[in-house]
Design a protein around this ligand. Structure first.
Ligand SMILES: [Zn+2]
Length: 184
């Protein structure tokens, strides 16, 4: 149907298969969501030398989980016999909680982690190809709702929860502590 079908079909099939294999790789810290749902997995391309190029962006620079994620990706591709491949970490544009899919936000809530509230208003499609600046200023947000009972009466206990990208909160109504995935 397509006059542009000059590429060997097998190459496209490999890319499709690699993508579906990688979509299933869970986040090492929050195994209920995948690296694709968190927006860590950015792209799967074929390099000019024929190798697969997997592009990942860490949730924040220095995230200790990134080496684990690269290992998990390598194992998934090895298991699917999709080598040769390269895993490339790209830092710009910087990852933002906006990249977390709506589906993943619901999974986080069900897992007991309050998903990041709101969206970054400054996030817009880069139309001019410029790299977006990293946002250092946290936006003031309303307290997250309790992921267990939905109450808005919550208080922050600590700036950092089980990992640096989460804060520890407590629900005043049901008294349960919970992690809040901080928006940035
Ligand atoms: Zn509660």
């Amino acid at each position: 149907m397509n006059a542009l079908a000059a590429h060997p079909l097998s190459a496209d099939e490999t890319l499709t298969r690699a993508w579906s294999v990688l979509e299933a790789v869970p986040d090492p810290e929050i195994p209920v969501v995948s690296i694709r749902e968190l927006g860590i997995l950015r792209a799967v391309n074929r390099a000019t030398d024929g190798a697969l190029e997997v592009v990942i962006t860490p949730t924040y620079s220095g995230c200790p989980a990134m080496s684990q994620i690269a290992e998990d990706i390598a194992r998934a591709l090895d298991d699917a016999e999709l080598s040769p491949y390269r895993i490339e970490t790209v830092l710009a544009p910087a990852w933002t909680t906006d990249w977390i899919t709506d589906e993943a936000r619901e999974k986080l809530r069900a897992y007991g982690i309050a998903p990041p509230s709101g969206r970054c208003a400054s996030a817009s499609p880069a139309s001019n190809g410029n790299v977006q600046p990293i946002r250092f200023v946290p936006r003031p947000v309303a307290a997250p709702a309790c992921p267990r009972c939905g109450s808005a009466h919550t208080e922050r206990l600590a700036q950092f929860g089980s990992t640096a990208c989460k804060a520890l909160y407590r629900c005043i109504d049901c008294r349960e502590p919970f992690d809040y995935f901080k928006p940035y």
